[in-house]
Design a protein around this ligand. Structure first.
Ligand code: ATP
Length: 269
C-alpha cells in the first residue's frame, strides 16, 4: 500500500457570484464548467477541452476561489492539494501521492483537481541545488505521466495555480498538459470596489462609508488583502464599541494592511 494519504473530495458551494469583478477570467473558465456539467456533449462533437489549465497571477488574487467556483458551478467534486504537500514527507511519497490523487479523481469523475503552488514541484528539472531534488523530479515525472495518462473524455480537469510561470518546467506546458493559461491579475479600481462590496455584504456600514474611496486608496492590494482589510476594519469598530463600521475604521485598517505588506516584503528581500 502506498503511504500517500487518501484524498477526500469536497463539493464546494462557491459560485461565480462569490467572485467580484474578473468577468473576463470567468468567461475564460466558463467552458470548463459547461464541459464538466455534461462531458458527453463535448466528446460526441469531438470538441477537445484542455486537460490542464494554469492560473497565473500574484498571491491572493483569488485563483483558489476561481477553481473552487468552477467546481461549484458545475456541481462536481473538488480535490485540492498544495504543491508543497507532495514534498513534505519521505522519499518516494510524492510520486505515490500524485498517483492516488489522480486515482481518486477518476473514481469521482467528472471532477476537478486543483494544485496550488504548482511551482514547488514543477520547477525546471536539473536546476535543483541538491537536497530533495531527486524526490521532486520523481514527483514531477509522475505528474507528467498522469497528465498524459487520462483521456479528457473521462471528465477530469486539472487546474493549477502559480505566481511564477517563468520557472516552470517547459514539459508541464506542452500540449495535452497545462496548455491553457488564464491570467488572474491584481484587481483594478472597479474590481477593488466590487470586492469590497462582496466582503461587506453582511456587515453594518456607517453612512459615511464610501467604498469607492476605500478602493481608490488601496491600489496594488489583492482580493485577499481587501478581505483582510474589511475584517480589520470590523475588528476596529468592535474595539471602538461601535455598532457600525465607519470610514475611520477603514483608514485604520488600510494602514495596518499596508504596514503588514511592507513588513513582509522586508522579510522576503
Ligand atoms: P494564493 O496564490 O496566495 O493561494 P489565491 O490567488 O489562490 O492566493 P485565494 O486564496 O483564492 O487567492 O483568495 C484569498 C481570498 O481573497 C478569498 O478567499 C476571498 O476571500 C478573497 N478574494 C480574492 N479575490 C476575490 C474576488 N475577486 N472577489 C471576492 N473575494 C476575493
Amino acid at each position: 500500500r502506498s503511504k500517500a494519504r487518501v484524498y477526500s473530495p469536497e463539493r464546494p458551494r462557491t459560485t461565480f457570484d462569490d467572485i467580484a469583478g474578473y468577468q473576463g477570467v470567468k468567461g475564460e473558465v466558463k467552458e470548463i464548467v459547461d464541459f464538466l456539467s455534461d462531458p458527453t456533449r463535448f466528446t460526441e462533437l469531438g470538441a477537445r477541452i484542455p486537460k490542464g489549465i494554469l492560473l497565473v497571477g500574484p498571491p491572493g488574487t483569488g485563483k483558489t476561489l476561481l477553481a473552487r467556483a468552477v467546481a461549484g458551478e458545475a456541481g462536481v467534486p473538488f480535490m485540492s492539494v498544495s504543491g508543497s504537500d507532495f514534498m513534505e514527507m519521505f522519499v518516494g511519497v510524492g510520486a505515490s501521492r500524485v498517483r492516488d490523487l489522480f486515482q481518486t479523481a477518476r473514481k469521482q469523475a467528472p471532477s476537478i483537481i486543483f494544485i496550488d503552488e504548482i511551482d514547488s514541484i514543477g520547477r525546471k528539472r536539473g536546476t535543483g541545488l541538491g537536497g530533495g531534488h531527486d524526490e521532486r523530479e520523481q514527483t514531477l515525472n509522475q505528474m507528467l505521466s498522469e497528465m498524459d495518462g487520462f483521456d479528457p473524455a473521462e471528465g477530469i480537469v486539472v487546474m493549477a495555480a502559480t505566481n511564477r510561470p517563468d520557472i516552470l518546467d517547459p514539459a508541464l506546458l506542452r500540449p495535452g498538459r497545462f496548455d491553457r493559461q488564464v491570467v488572474v491579475p491584481l484587481p483594478d479600481l472597479d474590481e477593488r470596489t466590487a470586492i469590497l462590496e462582496v466582503h461587506t455584504r453582511s456587515k453594518k456600514l456607517a453612512s459615511d462609508v464610501d467604498l469607492t474611496v476605500v478602493a481608490r486608496g488601496t491600489p496594488g492590494m489583492s482580493g485577499a488583502d481587501l478581505a483582510n482589510l474589511v475584517n480589520e476594519a470590523a475588528l476596529n469598530a468592535v474595539r471602538r464599541s461601535s455598532s457600525e463600521i465607519a470610514m475611520e475604521d477603514f483608514e485604520y485598517s488600510r494602514d495596518r494592511v499596508l504596514m503588514g505588506q511592507r513588513r513582509e516584503s522586508t522579510i522576503l528581500s
